[in-house]
Design a protein around this ligand. Structure first.
Ligand code: NAD
Length: 415
């Protein structure tokens, strides 16, 4: 058993175990939970109530999440004197699946974002963002209900790797001189320079995850979104390695878009997933104009950043967008918004993003029926126009609920 400095593991509950390439989920898994700063307290309370009730109702009390409070951000500062204590990393590594509220990024030198640090230290290489529409949520497009995508965004490479040199520094001068001399280039002397690494390792593990998800959840296609026409050896390679991986490791499950036309006259054979690719700029148009032709998306870091928010906007904004950061096994499920400090402890904000992240977590545990119950109940609550302030101000004839009341309304709608 791992030893923690200042944490006491709950007496009831069991640890999730890794068996081969799968997780073995007990009926009462111990799930570490970081409440988070700011609005974290309010939305985590609401989320735990909704998840607990859904699990209880779905499995008639035979299954239960055993929550295990761990600390990051301000709460960790108060308890440990540091914002990200070793206990927190150890607990997530040991118990594998965790839920997390938003964390303040301390302003000023010395800190990287806590969220980024958690992802890097735990090697959570896939940022997963499902985007779906809930009826009645105000949207800027005519058919928001056509959107139902799950974006797998690479989380560790690309221009986000943090390899950059500022203009004018001795380092950048040395680099520019070397590049210009060695490769006969003409990089301007007054440039800053960044490096964009994209590897076979990083690409394959991400696309493998996206395809496995598509198979397990019966999705129709996986689209690789890249800018390979311009950046051939990074983004283009991402696409090429992706096709190779798909046909090498998942041959029985997939058909490429080329094969679809050359061998199947454009008709998808029963049970097959179509592997296709789109150039990023074209994808940003197509997701608007041919929304329902896209399903699972796998993409390098920067494209994924743009595309996730663009898709979320189409179904009514970031307020209800859930997310997860996932590694080989570890899954950290978290809201996509921040701590909204001015609403701290006001019992006012929308817990939707964190509740839906909790649903992703239930699906990760393969407790899909419980997640479905929440999707239905939340859908019903929004259809009844019983919503928190953020949606209330955009919806005509809606009833404004507090965070806690909204959670109660969802629970009531579970029947
Ligand atoms: P924010 O997402 O916290 O808030 C921006 C605005 O969005 C809020 O003022 C509020 O009007 C609205 N909003 C956010 N969440 C909402 C909800 N659940 N319901 C209703 N309205 C909501 O972004 P910010 O103000 O730029 O950042 C505040 C802090 O959060 C910063 O310290 C930042 O570093 C941190 N942050 C953390 C995460 C994370 O933990 N994943 C993500 C983004 C920002």
């Amino acid at each position: 058993m791992v030893k923690f400095d200042k944490l006491t593991v709950p007496a009831e509950g069991k640890k999730i175990e890794i068996k081969g390439d799968r997780l073995n989920i007990p009926d009462n898994p111990i799930i570490p939970v970081i409440e988070g700063d700011g609005i974290g307290r309010d939305i985590m309370k609401a989320t735990r109530r909704v998840l607990d009730t859904a699990v209880e109702k779905t499995f008639n009390g035979k299954k239960k999440i055993v929550w295990f409070d761990i600390y990051a951000g301000e709460a960790a500062q108060a308890k440990y004197g540091e914002v990200l204590p070793k206990d927190t990393f150890e607990a997530i590594k040991h118990f594998i699946v965790a839920l997390k509220g938003p964390l303040t990024t301390p302003v000023g030198g010395g800190y990287r974002s806590l969220n980024v640090t958690l992802r890097q230290v735990l090697n959570l290489y896939a940022c997963v963002r499902p985007v779906r529409y809930f009826e009645e949520v105000p949207s800027p497009v005519k058919h928001p209900e056509k959107m139902n995508v799950v974006i797998y965004r690479e989380n560790t490479e690309d221009v986000y790797a943090g390899i950059e040199w500022a203009e004018g520094t001795p380092e950048v001068k040395k680099l520019i001189n070397w590049l210009n001399k060695t490769y006969k280039l003409n990089i301007r002397a007054d440039s800053g320079v960044g490096i964009k690494p994209i590897s076979i390792t990083g690409t394959e593990r991400l696309i493998r995850k996206a395809i496995k998800f598509a198979i397990e959840f019966g999705r129709k296609s996986v689209t690789m979104v890249h800018k390979g026409n311009i950046m051939k050896y990074t983004e283009g390679a991402f696409r090429d390695w992706g096709y190779k991986l798909a046909t090498r490791e998942f041959r029985d499950h997939v058909v490429t878009e080329d094969e679809l036309w050359s061998q199947y006259d454009g008709k998808v054979p029963e049970g097959k997933i179509v592997i296709k690719d789109r150039i990023a700029d074209s994808m940003l148009q197509q997701i608007l104009t041919r929304t329902d032709e896209y399903d699972v998306v796998a993409t390098p870091n920067l494209n994924g950043d743009y595309l996730s928010d663009a898709c979320a906007a189409q179904v009514g904004g970031l307020g209800m967008a859930p997310g997860a950061n996932i590694g080989d096994f570890i899954g950290l499920f978290e809201a996509t918004h921040g701590t909204a400090p001015k609403y701290t402890d006001k019992d006012m904000v929308n817990p939707g993003s964190l509740i839906l992240s909790g649903c992703m977590m239930l699906e990760y545990l393969d407790w899909r029926e419980a997640a479905e119950l929440i999707y239905k109940a939340m859908g019903e609550t929004i259809r009844q126009k019983r919503v928190t302030y953020d949606l209330h101000r955009l919806m005509e004839g809606a009833t404004k609920l507090k965070t806690s009341e909204y959670a109660s309304a969802i629970i009531e709608n579970m029947g």
